[in-house]
Design a protein around this ligand. Structure first.
Ligand SMILES: Cc1cc2nc3c(=O)[nH]c(=O)nc-3n(C[C@H](O)[C@H](O)[C@H](O)COP(=O)(O)OP(=O)(O)OC[C@H]3O[C@@H](n4cnc5c(N)ncnc54)[C@H](O)[C@@H]3O)c2cc1C
Length: 294
């Protein structure tokens, strides 16, 4: 691939996030491989803001856009393979693929990833999880890259990890390029059946046919954000093209693809304010919102 083909200017991020809304990135680089990624990072001016994006399934870029460089990991050449008794996956590999790969190789414990429509890099950054499983529960080690393009292997203990949170304790600026997962030997057919069951549960409860970004708010301790939002009668509440889903109150949907990022962010703030006023619970957004207002 010609390197120039991988670099785009003023690229609409609505094309790269699952909400299908939002502004443009000044530069977007889709590295064909690790070498190109390292060279691109090295070439950036000091202080240039960098945003790694997987499948954009937990992300909103404000309508004024992102002043910096987006690195799109999902379009890179990517690979999932066995590495001894561990599974290796590049950061751009889709999380559901890891779930299926593990089942095919008779490993149990990655089934929960099947319904999380992001990449391995996004799952590590968010400590994504559901139905009792969390990404970092199954991580053996990760590989990161820094601004100089240097690759490093990092152990789990080097990160501060909690519910939907992951931060390098040293505070160094690094991004994920791969993960090694350690899973228990299992029964492939049982894992495949479990995956089917979890996906069916999602189909029944989540508005998967409409653009959305999964759960907007984290669940507060001992409760569910969806329950609180529904109890305030906010299902169906709309702002511009954005609407609180009728099917799942913790989802905001963009049914006609016409919502602006401001519609979505405004609706998030309205839901947060109403839930606080009526229940006393302060909801914390799970989705990441970046960039400049229009
Ligand atoms: C229908 C639906 C259902 C969902 N269900 C769940 C669920 O059950 N549980 C759950 O936890 N989440 C869920 N999500 C949210 C989302 O899928 C997860 O957070 C997912 O892990 C995000 O991955 P991504 O690649 O799309 O990340 P993105 O949205 O692209 O990025 C999210 C964050 O991760 C950072 N990031 C991405 N890649 C890297 C990298 N390589 N290195 C460093 N940082 C990086 C980004 O900068 C950003 O801050 C759901 C979303 C949808 C749309």
């Amino acid at each position: 691939m010609n390197m120039a083909d991988a670099l785009h200017f003023r690229e609409s991020m609505a094309r790269h996030v699952s909400w299908r809304a939002g502004g443009a990135a000044d530069r977007l680089f889709a590295p064909p491989d690790l070498e190109a990624l390292a060279a691109f990072l090295r070439s950036l001016p000091k202080g240039e803001p960098v945003l790694f994006v997987g499948l954009g399934s937990n992300l909103l870029v404000r309508d004024g856009g992102f002043r910096g460089s987006v690195i799109l990991t999902h379009s890179a050449k990517k690979n999932a393979r066995m590495d001894g008794d561990r599974i290796y996956a590049d950061a751009g590999v889709a999380s559901p693929k890891v779930a299926r790969f593990a089942a095919t190789h008779h490993f149990a414990g990655a089934e929960f990833l099947a319904g999380i429509p992001g990449t391995v890099g996004g799952a590590l950054a968010m400590n994504a999880g559901c139905y009792g499983g969390e990404t970092w529960d199954i991580v053996a080690k990760v590989v990161t890259v820094d601004r100089s393009g240097a690759l490093r292997e990092r152990e789990k203990r080097e990160y501060d990890i909690s519910y939907r949170h992951c931060e390098l304790r040293s505070g160094d600026e690094e991004w994920f390029v791969a993960a090694y997962f350690r899973l228990q030997p299992g029964d492939g057919a049982a894992s495949t059946a479990r995956i089917k069951e979890l996906l069916a549960r999602r189909m029944a409860t989540q508005p998967l046919s409409l653009p959305n970004a999964g759960s907007v708010f984290r669940n507060p301790p001992g409760d569910h954000a969806a329950r609180l939002i529904e109890s305030c009668g906010l299902k169906g509440l709309a702002r511009g093209g954005a609407r609180v889903s009728e099917k799942h109150a913790n989802f905001i949907v963009n049914p006609d693809g016409a919502a602006s990022a401001a519609d979505i962010e405004g609706l998030i703030l309205e839901v947060k304010k109403t839930v606080l006023e009526r229940t006393g619970v302060e909801l914390v957004p799970e989705v990441r919102i970046v960039g400049e207002p229009a």
